[in-house]
Design a binder for this molecule. Structure first.
Ligand SMILES: [Zn+2]
Ligand SMILES: [Zn+2]
Length: 393
């Protein structure tokens, strides 16, 4: 990456721990284009896969604390073992090659150490025993699998159909958004617990209309899913608009708007309070109206995809579809700091909602030129952003 300074001294057999740490943190702090030929690309790959493999083996070793019950039912453990084996093989080969040929040797020592520790802990053949359910857990498996899957899918999409061709994968402040991504995934269990608790309370207070619930539950899958998306998006629209128009709510939501380079990872930048409030506000009506579980599950998959995709650095020829559904073009305008775009394009699934309420951006230009928040300066860094809305002005 551009800011990295190569090792000034010739390689010795035993590098100091200080140098190893300095070089690795130097790489992690850097941003910019990955220039081929210096070993940076293979080093980044080796370090990422080495660390993901290490997290993967921990999830296998302590499934009761590090796996997500809802997700665990959906994936095949043997595939995950094969994935872990592949990760170790690629990371081990690349890091060893780089150590031998002295290409970013110190960082590759860390990558290779992750591989060795992972193998020592059992590697891809680590036994996974039975374990009790209902333990407090971190969604480590969810983090590893989603990070691997999303990075692969979206980096390919962003390279094939880029909106901004020269935007590097490791763009400015990628580290902050990766921490948001990591924490949001690890705390998935805690968030589900809070959201379910509130929805359960709401169901007790507002007893759903049984006739209506039965009617909705009996609608065939596809039209029921479309209705579910519409109800969810109307709730999302209302909450999102409130976040923009009520000053103290805006302080919370402005964290999401503080990112100035949009890509698939940028959508993860959300204040914890916003994640909880939005989920509760959107899921409560879905449960009160009696949507079928299979429909709500599919809705969760769609909202998960669209929340990431709408921020991606991707441009596709949407044609008239852009008036119907929310595309990256539509949501990119929502993040613009240009006057024409302020407090516009709130919807998350259906663009026509904003056209209906008169809040769609009106412009002939296809894309905005400037992104971010007008006026206030929101700090960079995960913890600073969590504190920001509650700090004194
Ligand atoms: Zn917004
Ligand atoms: Zn956004």
């Amino acid at each position: 990456m551009s800011k990295h300074v190569p090792d000034p001294t010739p390689a010795t057999l035993l590098p100091s721990v200080g140098d190893i740490v300095d070089d690795t943190t130097g790489l992690l702090r850097a941003d910019g284009e990955l220039t081929p030929g210096q070993g940076t690309i293979t080093t980044t790959l080796a370090l990422s896969l080495g660390f993901l493999s290490f997290m993967g083996v921990l999830a296998f070793l302590f499934p009761q604390y590090l796996t997500t019950p809802e997700l665990r039912k959906a994936y095949n453990v043997d595939w995950c073992r094969a994935l872990l084996f592949g990760g170790l093989l690629v990371s081990g080969t690349l890091s060893l090659f780089n150590i031998v040929f002295n290409r970013r040797r110190n960082v590759n020592i860390i990558a290779f150490a992750f591989v060795l520790v992972t193998i020592a802990l059992g590697g891809s053949t680590v036994p996974v025993g039975d374990f009790p359910d209902h333990t407090p857990y971190l969604g480590m498996d969810w983090l590893v699998l989603d990070l691997l899957g999303s990075t692969t899918v979206f980096v390919i999409l962003e390279k094939l159909f880029p909106l901004y061709k020269n935007q590097p994968i490791f763009r400015k402040e990628w580290q902050t958004d990766l921490v948001h991504f990591g924490v949001n995934h690890l705390l998935v269990g805690l968030m589900l617990l809070i959201v379910n608790f509130v929805i359960h309370r709401a169901q007790l207070i507002v007893v759903g209309e049984e006739g209506l619930q039965q009617f909705i539950g009996n609608i065939p899958f596809l039209p029921q899913l479309l209705l579910c998306l519409l109800v969810a998006d109307l709730a999302e629209y209302a909450v999102h608009r409130a976040y923009h128009e009520v000053p103290w709510l805006w302080r919370i939501h402005s964290v999401h708007h503080s990112v100035e380079t949009l890509d698939w990872l940028a959508g993860s930048r959300l204040h914890m309070v916003e994640i909880l409030v939005t989920r509760i506000a959107v899921l409560t009506p879905l449960f009160l109206l009696g949507f079928d579980k299979s429909v709500v599950d599919m809705y969760i998959v769609i909202v998960g995809f669209q929340a990431v995709f709408n921020h991606a650095n991707v441009h596709l020829p949407w044609g008239p579809l852009k008036y119907l559904i929310v595309t990256p073009d539509f949501h990119h305008w929502h993040h613009s700091s240009e006057k024409v775009a302020i407090d516009k394009n709130y919807a998350a699934h259906f663009a026509f909602i904003d056209y209906f309420f008169g809040t769609a951006v009106k412009t002939d230009r296809q894309f905005p030129e400037k992104y971010g928040v007008v006026g206030s300066r929101i700090p960079d860094g995960y913890l600073k952003q969590q504190v920001y809305p509650f700090a004194k002005k």
